[in-house]
Design a protein. Structure first.
Length: 457
């Protein structure tokens, strides 16, 4: 089953479907949520007897999950203290049911109101064994102020293990943005499915280890989603890579032509060619400006090198495409762009290829810059994959890079809706958007990948 990634509104819709259409009681969902949080606390502390656990609850459903966890942890022998930030009279519905049970079980409850001073006991928070953050849910947006901000500062200053329920308080559930302060968790136990804010920085940094627990949502609840967004798993990757049979040979394993390189930038062409070989391509041909051929022939021992016509500055030109035409027809996929430079003759080469490429085309790096003020060309290319980082994407679209970084999924979908192609928006994580608007998020990215600054040409 796909591991879905949901926005706040999508998560609420799945909840509503499960409760209203399927008839799963909301109290049961909250009980399960609290149970899984309690199990994670038990795993972290191992022996719960006489261990101090401080649970900070808000007045919404996130707080309800905290109350449910408090009941189980108390039953298992932990010394639980509840801290309610806000007016308990605002606790309603399923959360109120578990709050009342905590009162009946005489679990110590401390109320922190916006008008009161912080309790002196909070200064001893550094002596606790575990803190559970059940203050705010995924629906939070904006900047925390007042007592909530004060409490979160104290939680972070305590430097004790923290479990966040669903998402660390202060993190925007849709974007992962933090304005001001947010809980720094060691573990985030999120319910039913991933939330976007857990995957994108800085929210990802605040989440720590992410544990998705199964609340038995029916599969049909996810069929109501307008657009699919899911996490790429190892099984997804296995399904993409074709099996390698014993009687195969290199021509059956994929033939790739790469048009790349220019004076001073042969490294990009080499890295691209080597990556293609290492990911299983049977035959790789790297077409480079003729004067760079000796360099490439020396560096690439497993790749065929094709010298083609060049400009006066040792870059590709329109004649390069003409000379490579036979190999373009021969290939299964064509790549254009790594290290080609931004010389006007390179632009001429790119336009010649874009307008007459009979094979699936991947455009990367310098090749992407040709699309600046020419995005309509994308509609003329039958099978196109573009792979910009955030800076390159901002450059070719004219969109604000800050806004792209806040919400790469929605910006990516908006772009593909206007200019049908497959978009790989590189980052940590990378976002892959199909022509149909389906999004796959690759979680293997790290800060070493180029998120990109605005491109200057």
């Amino acid at each position: 089953m796909k591991e879905y990634i949901l926005t706040n509104s999508e998560a609420a819709a799945v909840d509503r479907y499960a409760i209203e259409e399927v008839g799963i009681p909301g109290v049961e969902l909250m009980r399960k949520a609290g149970h899984y949080v309690a199990l994670r606390a038990k795993k972290m502390l191992k022996d719960l007897a006489n261990r101090r656990i401080d649970i900070f609850c808000g007045t919404g459903n996130n707080g309800g999950d905290g109350f449910a966890a408090a009941l189980e942890l108390t039953e298992w022998g932990a010394g639980v203290s509840l801290w309610i930030v806000g007016n308990p009279q605002k606790i309603k519905g399923d959360a109120h049911y578990f709050y009342e049970r905590c009162c009946q079980q005489k679990i110590p409850i401390n109320v922190i109101s916006k008008d009161s001073n912080l309790p002196a006991d909070l200064k001893r928070l550094g002596e606790t064994d575990l803190i559970i953050d059940a203050l705010l849910g995924t629906g939070f947006r904006g900047s925390l102020e007042g007592r909530l901000a004060d409490v979160i500062h104290l939680i972070n200053q305590a430097r004790q293990p923290v479990i966040a329920i669903d998402i660390p308080s202060g993190v925007d559930g849709d974007t992962g943005q933090v304005q001001g302060v947010a809980v720094q968790a060691n573990v985030t136990v999120t319910m039913g499915f991933l939330k976007r804010g857990l995957l994108f920085y800085p929210g990802k940094r605040h989440a720590g280890e992410i544990v998705v627990v199964d609340l038995d949502y029916p599969a049909k609840a996810f069929s109501t989603l307008e657009k699919e967004t899911f996490l790429v798993s190892k099984n997804d990757v296995k399904r993409v890579f074709p099996p390698i049979y014993e009687d195969t040979y290199k021509h059956r394993q994929g033939k790739l032509l790469i048009l790349a390189g220019s004076a001073g930038m042969t490294g990009a062409a080499c890295l691209c060619a080597q990556a293609a070989i290492r990911t299983g391509a049977g035959l790789v041909v790297c077409a480079v400006p003729r004067s760079l051929f000796p360099i490439m022939a020396t560096k690439l021992t497993e790749v065929l090198t094709l010298p083609v016509a060049e400009s006066a500055v040792q870059s590709l030109c329109a004649a390069s495409i003409d000379e490579a035409r036979e190999r373009i027809e021969w290939s299964d996929v064509v790549v254009f762009g790594p290290g080609v430079s931004t010389h006007p003759e390179v632009t001429a080469a790119g336009l010649s290829l874009f307008r007459n490429c009979p094979r699936p085309l991947v455009v990367d790096a310098d090749g992407l810059k040709i699309f600046k003020d020419r995005l309509d060309i994308i509609r003329e290319i039958p099978e196109l994959i573009i792979t910009p980082h955030h800076g390159e994407f901002a450059y070719i679209t004219g969109w604000d890079i800050t806004e792209i970084r806040k919400n790469p999924i929605d910006w990516g979908r908006q772009f593909v809706a206007q200019y049908p192609c497959t978009l790989i928006l590189k980052g940590a994580p990378s976002v892959i958007v199909s022509k149909q608007g389906v999004v796959a998020v690759n979680p293997s990215g790290n800060p070493g990948l180029p998120l990109g600054e605005p491109v200057m040409c």
